[in-house]
Design a protein around this ligand. Structure first.
Ligand SMILES: NC(=O)c1ccc[n+]([C@@H]2O[C@H](COP(=O)([O-])OP(=O)(O)OC[C@H]3O[C@@H](n4cnc5c(N)ncnc54)[C@H](OP(=O)(O)O)[C@@H]3O)[C@@H](O)[C@H]2O)c1
Length: 320
């Protein structure tokens, strides 16, 4: 199918074509490139505005915990190179990583091409457990190392990982932002028990981003945290939208309900991601994967319609 015909198909049909293009060849460079360009051609990826700057971000990003913690051998790196190629071909940009994820920063720095680096929005973190009074200096050294490993400067977003040594690092991050060594600053966590602490930081600090967990079965953030982020003009990254993959076992063997088609979802992964993106305070969701087929599936969620309130309630009920 050529590009003109593809465009003529329109959003939903084009997504189906992209899906059809992938199964047999999902692991091959050509198949992935065709499918991700097809996704890009199928419609404009949903973008969201970063409140502190007005910059627009594609709403589907990529997490690296797990899949990108690979060795130096070509066998483990080749699939990740394909994932990155498909990701950028489809017009996506935001990749989230951390020095906590063993080799992930080094793998990204090695695999990203110069062209991908120029388009990438790289979010990494500072994480210095057990550093005590030396946390500030350890953080500076760690961030310098991250920049060298990622071969990316300035870092687009530097986050304090799990709020560890928060005050020591925030001081540095505000200074580094002024010095343009980073473009945005933020904090992260991944548990609902951290929400009171996250909200306290959002209330007292000028943050560009906050990252936390939110999914169709973990909706605590809807009560106060997401509304607070919207009120305070803080961009929101969502981790664990698949509950670290566990959501898929909940729907194993269950066909996709017919109502999923009403908001353009072609898979359970797209139902889960579209549910998250339908919250207006969410800027970008960062599902992790090391597989091209799953990446294309996830990117498909960032195109076309999103569920309305009634459809969101239907999704929640179906997982209850
Ligand atoms: N404190 C923090 O700052 C913090 C904490 C947690 C997470 N994070 C960030 O958020 C990212 C995402 O969170 P997460 O990695 O914990 O979990 P997640 O995104 O909820 O789930 C990832 C799992 O889902 C699977 N998967 C992805 N797409 C799929 C698809 N379309 N169909 C079926 N399975 C699919 C992946 O397996 P395959 O590889 O086989 O596709 C992987 O096992 C992390 O990578 C990290 O960057 C940050």
């Amino acid at each position: 199918m050529d590009r003109r015909n593809f465009l003529a198909l329109g959003g939903l049909a084009a997504m189906q074509a992209a899906k059809a293009a992938s199964p047999a060849s999902a692991g091959t460079g050509t198949g992935a490139a065709t499918a991700s360009r097809a996704i890009a051609a199928a419609g404009q990826p949903i973008t969201r505005r970063i409140p502190s700057s007005g910059e627009m971000l594609p709403a589907i990003g990529l997490g690296t915990s797990g899949p990108f913690e690979a060795g130096a051998d070509e066998k483990s790196r080749a699939p990740l190179r394909e994932v990155l190629r498909a990701f950028f071909d489809a017009g996506a940009t935001l990749i989230d990583t951390s020095p906590m994820y063993s080799t992930a920063e080094a793998v990204l720095g090695d695999l990203l091409t110069a062209e991908q680096q120029s388009r990438a929005f790289i979010a990494t973190k500072v994480w210095t457990p057990g550093s005590g009074a030396a946390a500030e200096q350890k953080g500076v050294e760690q961030m310098q190392r991250s920049m060298a490993l990622l071969k990316h400067g300035p870092i687009d977003l530097m986050q304090v990982h799990n709020l560890v040594d928060l005050d020591a690092h925030l001081k540095t991050l505000h200074r580094w932002k002024e010095e343009r060594r980073i473009r945005y600053l933020g904090v992260t966590h991944y548990t609902t028990s951290s929400y009171p602490d996250l909200m306290a930081v959002i209330e007292r600090e000028k943050l560009d981003f906050v990252q936390f967990n939110y999914s169709v079965i973990t909706r605590e953030a809807e009560k106060r945290l997401l509304p607070l982020c919207a009120d305070r003009g803080v961009a929101v990254l969502i981790n664990r939208a698949f509950e670290d993959g566990n959501l898929f076992s909940r729907v194993e063997g269950r066909p996709l309900p017919p109502w999923a088609a009403e908001f353009g979802a072609q898979s359970w992964a797209q139902v889960f991601l579209k549910f998250v993106l339908a919250h207006p305070a969410v800027t970008c969701v960062i599902p992790a994967t090391g597989k091209v087929r799953n990446l294309l599936d996830n990117l498909g969620a960032g195109i076309g319609a999103l569920p309305d309130a009634k459809q969101r309630a239907q999704i929640v009920a179906s997982l209850g």
